[in-house]
Design a protein around this ligand. Structure first.
Ligand code: BGC
Length: 499
């Protein structure tokens, strides 16, 4: 068996949490268009629809904030298990809804679970991963999110042909299956070795590390070395650390909190969810008339998103975080810019009787706009999608990792919520102006990443202390980090020579 098989296995099982995340945010968009759903809930107004949709993200926000404390106290593993049960409860309530109140409550409860999972899964994955494949393991969560979105979409599509309330109850109920699979599978997954050391169980941590790194060989040198590194880091942290949320605002954590919150906010400010939530209507506006054409274009979008995440899984630990984000931002910015210019130059707005907007684009522009949307999704999926989750999960010291990630994750959900709320208004009001705003944000983010975000690939979680305690100008701090690397290499060479 390959040396890292166990680490991959554990990373893949926990990634199922990402599947629940993707499925639940994806499932609602097409259900909203189903006639049986509209009739059953008495044709909710657009404000009521907004509440139903956004209560999930509101639940996620609350869940991610609570998860910091829960995952520290009860472990990452138990947090994931409990969340999967709460998720099943939320899904069951949604599926069996008799009225709007039940539906909203079900969405909120499922949201609490998704929020917890979105914080606990990447932290757990990064704590069990060897440094050189950490990016890849955390990317598995992102891949699972894209699968969740994709499968939710196609299940909705299939069910919209059913001639009864089952058309919306089935897509909502079926998510209980992966929820139960995650719960059961987690019984076979170990606790995070870093959490075990922090909770005074070094012998157990030793065994887990042996299982994850060396097929169970407890005397393997890399296992012993990593165990010592973790113990030492926890010891030093205990001597110096005050374990309170206030510490997040002080040196040396404050800088990382700002970067973590910024990267999660920027991930949402790429505008990815404008496409994920509203693509069907954007496709319609761009000239794909007929329900099926725009629905299928949205389904293809889901496939593109899932496929374009694969290169990130394979190569993110080689490309590094900085370079990937910079190229990702350039790709996102350019595609927005081209779409904005082409649409702005050729659109001719008219409104249907039901108030929906048509841009009446010439065929050429309308195809160009659709291709640009797909290319935007490719750029996002290869960069901001995975790294938005990887970076915060790897930059904090053990004693603050969980609390800090709950704050950074909550910032993701907050921006997700706000963008989900204002986007439909802006799409209608300023059309291509919204693309232009996102293009500007993306071009600005190139500078932000270059100036402020240090590279973290291949660093052990313990080494982050060195990376993040120098100058806040990441591009100027490279020399110091190179010198650190040279010293480490000297020490290793000296040890080898001694032997
Ligand atoms: C984002 C989600 C988004 C998804 C799309 C995730 O990384 O956090 O908001 O819907 O990617 O694939």
């Amino acid at each position: 068996m390959g040396k890292n098989f166990q680490a991959y296995f554990v990373g893949a099982v926990s990634a199922l949490g990402g599947f629940l995340f993707g499925y639940d945010i994806g499932v609602m968009s097409s259900i909203l268009e189903m006639e049986y759903w509209k009739v059953y809930f008495n044709r909710p107004s657009s404000v009521e629809v907004g509440v139903i949709v956004s209560l999930l993200t509101a639940g996620c926000f609350v869940g991610s904030l609570a998860a910091g404390w829960i995952a520290d106290k009860f472990s990452r593993k138990r947090t994931i298990m409990a969340s999967s049960l709460v998720f099943c409860l939320g899904a069951a309530i949604q599926c069996g809804s008799r009225n709007r109140g039940m539906l909203i409550a079900g969405r909120f409860i499922a949201g609490l679970a998704v929020g917890c999972l979105s914080m606990a899964v990447p932290v757990f994955q990064s704590e069990i991963a060897p440094a050189h494949i950490r990016g890849r393991l955390v990317s598995l969560q992102q891949w699972a999110i894209t699968w969740g979105l994709l499968i939710a979409f196609w299940i909705d599509y299939g069910c919209h042909f059913i001639d009864s309330d089952a058309s919306w109850r089935i897509p909502m109920g079926i998510q209980i299956v992966p929820g139960i699979i995650l719960f059961v599978a987690m019984f076979f997954i170990p606790y995070s070795p870093r959490w075990l050391v922090d909770h005074d169980q070094p012998e157990k941590a030793h065994q887990v590390l042996a299982r994850l790194r060396a097929n169970g060989d407890i005397s393997a040198p890399e296992v012993l070395a990593e165990l010592e590194e973790i113990k030492e880091a926890v010891r030093v942290e205990r001597e110096t650390a005050v374990r309170s949320y206030m510490e997040l605002l002080r040196f040396p954590i404050r800088r990382r909190i700002i970067l973590g919150v910024a990267i999660q906010a920027l991930q949402q400010l790429t505008g990815i969810n404008v496409i994920m939530y509203y693509a069907t209507s954007i496709f319609k506006q761009s000239g794909l008339t007929g329900d099926n054409a725009s629905l299928i274009a949205q389904g293809v979008n889901g496939v593109v998103n899932m496929l374009a995440t694969v290169p990130a899984i394979l190569w993110i630990d080689r490309w590094g975080r900085r370079k990937t984000l910079i190229f990702g931002s350039l790709g996102c910015g350019l595609t927005y810019f081209i779409k904005a210019v082409a649409t702005g130059a050729t659109q001719h707005k008219t409104y249907d009787e039901d108030g929906s907007l048509n841009l009446n684009l010439p065929t050429g522009t309308s195809y160009l706009a659709i291709v640009m949307m797909y290319l935007f999704v490719v750029s996002f999926a290869m960069s901001w999608g995975p790294i938005g989750w990887i970076y915060p999960s790897e930059i904090f010291p053990m004693h603050m990792r969980s609390k800090a990630n709950s704050i950074t994750t909550a910032s993701n959900w907050l921006f997700n919520f706000v963008i989900g709320l204002v986007a439909p208004i802006l799409i209608k009001k300023i059309t291509w102006g919204l693309d232009l705003i996102f293009a500007i944000i993306m071009f600005a983010s190139v500078g932000i990443i270059y100036l402020f975000f240090p590279e973290t690939k291949n660093r052990s979680l313990e080494e982050m202390e060195v990376i993040f305690t120098g100058s806040a100008w990441a591009h100027k701090d490279r020399k110091r980090i190179d010198e650190y690397d040279i010293t480490v290499q000297h020490n290793i060479d000296a040890k080898v020579a001694d032997k």
